[in-house]
Design a protein around this ligand. Structure first.
Ligand code: HEM
Length: 319
């Protein structure tokens, strides 16, 4: 969607170049997040200075990521000169102020931001499928909702969904929101105060102080969500069958205020589209039902892969 390039995450026509990029991108995310885990920040700074260990790998991986994206940007700039707008990047280039914003670095960072954001949507879906696999009644409700929408529009399984149909999926919207309440990504968000400030509750914040909130913790607080705060209950998001949004200061998965996620609506479109298309065609069964996956602290990705058995629904015999 961002630069009309198949990153071949599912194999696809995997060219070696894309595979190299994917590994490098993963390395950059893991190694830069790893800097937070050093007891003394001086240590990773020293590694960076000496160009050794993780910092050496980080530098090499960043170079691969930058080169890959810069090549695409150069192609899109050429496409734009010939008036072709094929993706978000080319539209962005066309709309940008040429002198100020069309710098390679600016466009490169724009692309990286979008790729990172795209990863959040699938991290959420993995948790969603895991939660769903132990709650057949919730999966049934989603299937019924999808079936009703298909029937009312005279469409068949496998047909494309349009935006209006996705908007009618209130129960699925609720179920995904509920999965993100329990398993938000990122789990923690940190800001540094640029100047002294007072929080709405009167708490003083000094200049240069770190302020952090945990969306993971907030999503499980009894005083915010009630006694069943640890349970997966999509119905808490519904009012007469219609999705009822919560304040971003209570449900902080997308952040709140002026720096709130700009891609929230798009993220829901993507997640609902993928979830609805998968669920109507396939049954996804988690292999080890008793296992409770561990998650990585910052990104909330599952530490290990979630092993699932995928069965085509049309082949499932009901007895
Ligand atoms: C489930 C998926 C997603 C989650 C949970 C999520 C969450 C967040 C959060 C918590 C922030 C605030 C970061 C901060 O300033 O500390 C953010 C910012 C942002 N997100 Fe998302 N995001 C998701 C998907 C997307 C998608 C798909 C896009 C774009 C297509 C996107 C675009 C952005 C942008 C541009 C910002 C920066 C906003 C700003 O700083 O003004 N996000 N997102």
């Amino acid at each position: 969607m961002v630069f009309n390039e198949d990153l071949t995450c599912l194999g696809g026509d995997g060219t070696p170049c894309n595979e190299k990029f994917l590994h490098a991108f993963k390395d950059v995310a893991t190694l830069s997040a790893g800097r937070y885990l050093y007891a003394l920040p001086l240590l990773w700074r020293l590694e960076r200075f000496l160009n050794i260990g993780g910092e050496k790998r980080l530098r090499e991986s960043i170079k691969i990521v930058h080169e890959f994206i810069e090549n695409i940007i150069k192609c899109r700039i050429q496409d734009n000169e010939s008036g072709r707008e094929v993706d978000l990047l080319s539209r962005f280039i066309a709309a940008s102020d040429e002198n100020l914003e069309n710098s390679l670095q600016f466009l490169r960072d724009f692309c990286i931001g979008f790729i990172l954001a795209g990863r959040d949507t699938y991290t959420v879906l993995v948790w969603f499928y895991w939660l769903l696999s132990s709650r057949p009644e919730i999966e049934r409700n989603i299937l019924e909702e999808i079936k009703a929408i298909r029937n009312s529009n005279g469409k068949c399984i496998g047909d494309n969904y349009d935006l209006a149909e996705l908007r009618q999926m209130h129960y699925l919207h609720a179920a995904i929101s509920e999965a993100m309440r329990l398993y938000p990504t990122p789990t923690i968000n940190t800001k540094v105060s640029q100047e002294e400030d007072i929080m709405p509750d009167g708490t003083f914040v000094g200049k240069g102080w770190f302020v952090a909130y945990t969306a993971y913790g907030m999503g499980r607080m009894e005083n915010l969500w009630g006694k069943d705060c640890n349970d997966f209950v999509p119905e808490r998001w519904l009012d007469n069958g219609m999705f009822k949004p919560e304040s971003p200061y209570k449900y902080s998965a997308f952040h709140g205020g002026p720096r709130m996620c700009l891609g929230k609506d798009l993220a829901y479109v993507q997640m609902k589209l993928i979830a609805a298309s998968m669920i109507e065609k396939f049954k996804i069964e988690v292999v080890d039902k008793a296992m409770c996956p561990e998650h990585l602290c910052l990104t909330n990705k599952m530490r290990d892969r979630l092993m699932v058995r995928v069965k085509e629904r049309s082949m499932i015999v009901i007895d």
